[in-house]
Design a protein around this ligand. Structure first.
Ligand code: PLP
Length: 377
């Protein structure tokens, strides 16, 4: 979709392909204390909260850094020092959350399922009933390790019913799947500039409930990753406490324009859904098998089993795809040998069809005659 570019398209979990106009928005320097930049920050914060229909109930607190910075800042700020977290794990990013809890010294227990099995609301309800000392549940909405979609609404309901707080890692779902704070109760949600919103990387943000942000001063074990303090700074004078990634904020502002121009989250979801369907259908026609069944697959990134054919060599395949203008991604699954092809970012149906042509010709160059043999389990 990068009209006129000869740069490769990123078919990865992130960073993602962005539009030329979003990248062009970075070609200006901004004074971080200048009213124009202060206005831009306020505008971006408001628009992000609006995407979750959360303007009345929550605040958007941006934080410098990648998505992990936002997740770590959210957990460290929102969970009190004597709190206890239930981490729902079915992939790498869930495991990272447990690791964060360990490093910042928050008591935690995990509920782990296989990488192709979502946690159920019943299992979460049972874990909460069994351990009254759990104060917070953390869920990865779309686990980008595999591309699996976890049941946010059902889990939010049981967490609210049990009067605990829910924190959502919505990195790979925000601005792609609808998340409506009027219906789904969450204390905080973390995401970043460079996934569904299609900004450039370098900025994370949390959407935190007003009553939560108002009561979590002093929780954070870090100065720079303290969302309560960051929020206080914005409320005081509209400014960032420390040097903001000004160019990234400008690109994000532009990316939010383009999201609205496209028709909002519904239209973005439809484009990614179509991309995903084209990819899965085309790859299956060549003999590849998906790791997830279709009902669990989020339209973000698709995990494929490595083929069993002795001529298959992922390193070579990666290089051939790269020569043809597409950057794909090795697998991250713990138990299955796999690779991933993303379908989010500034990618069109035409890009996905061209990517399939590149897969076909790469297979041919490897002597695989356009059809791989059955996958390796
Ligand atoms: C679900 C999820 N959580 C967290 C992260 C971490 O984000 P980052 O790599 O930007 O730190 C990612 C990145 O892909 C992700 O997909």
């Amino acid at each position: 979709m990068n009209e006129g570019d000869d740069e490769p398209l990123l078919l990865t979990p992130g960073p993602l392909t962005t539009s030329r106009t979003v990248r062009n928005a970075m070609l200006r320097d901004w004074g971080s204390r200048d009213p124009a930049f202060i206005d831009m920050t306020a505008r971006v914060r408001g628009r992000i909260a609006d995407l979750a229909h959360a303007a009345e109930t929550h605040v958007c607190v941006p934080i410098q850094g990648s998505g992990t910075f936002a997740v770590e800042a959210t957990i460290g700020t929102v969970v009190p020092r004597d709190g206890k977290i239930l981490v729902l794990i079915n992939g790498e990013y869930g495991r990272r959350i447990a690791h964060i809890a360990e490093i910042i010294g928050r008591a935690h227990v995990v509920l782990e399922t296989d990488e192709d099995v979502p946690p159920t609301a019943e299992a979460v309800a049972a874990a909460l009933a069994e351990d009254p000392s759990i104060t917070h549940v953390v869920l990865v909405h779309c686990e980008t390790t595999s591309g699996i979609l976890n049941p946010l609404e059902e889990i939010a309901e049981v967490v609210a019913r049990a009067k605990r707080f829910l924190i959502v890692d919505a990195m790979s779902s925000f601005a792609i799947l609808p998340i409506d704070a009027r219906r789904v109760r969450f204390a905080a949600l973390a995401a970043s500039s460079n996934k569904g919103i299609e900004g450039t990387p370098g900025l994370g943000f949390a959407i935190v409930a007003n009553d939560v942000i108002g009561s979590c001063a002093g929780n954070a074990p870090s100065l720079s990753l303290d969302l309560a303090d960051q929020h206080r700074g914005f409320e005081a004078n509209g400014q960032w406490r420390f040097t903001p990634p000004t160019h990234v904020v400008a690109a994000l502002d532009r990316a939010l324009d383009e999201l609205a121009e496209e028709g909002g989250i519904e239209a973005r979801f439809a484009r990614y859904r179509a991309n995903c369907d084209i990819l899965v259908e085309g790859m299956r026609a060549m003999g590849f098998r998906t790791f997830l069944s279709d009902n669990l697959q989020a339209p973000t990134i698709v995990t494929f089993h490595m083929p069993r054919d002795p001529k298959w060599d992922f390193g070579r395949f990666y290089g051939l795809m790269r020569e043809r203008g597409f950057i794909i991604y090795p697998g991250k699954l713990t138990r299955k040998d796999s690779f991933r092809i993303g379908c989010m970012g500034r990618l069109s149906a035409t890009d996905m069809r061209r990517a399939l042509d590149a897969v076909r010709s790469s297979l041919s160059a490897m002597g695989l005659a356009h059809q791989v043999s059955p996958h390796r389990e």
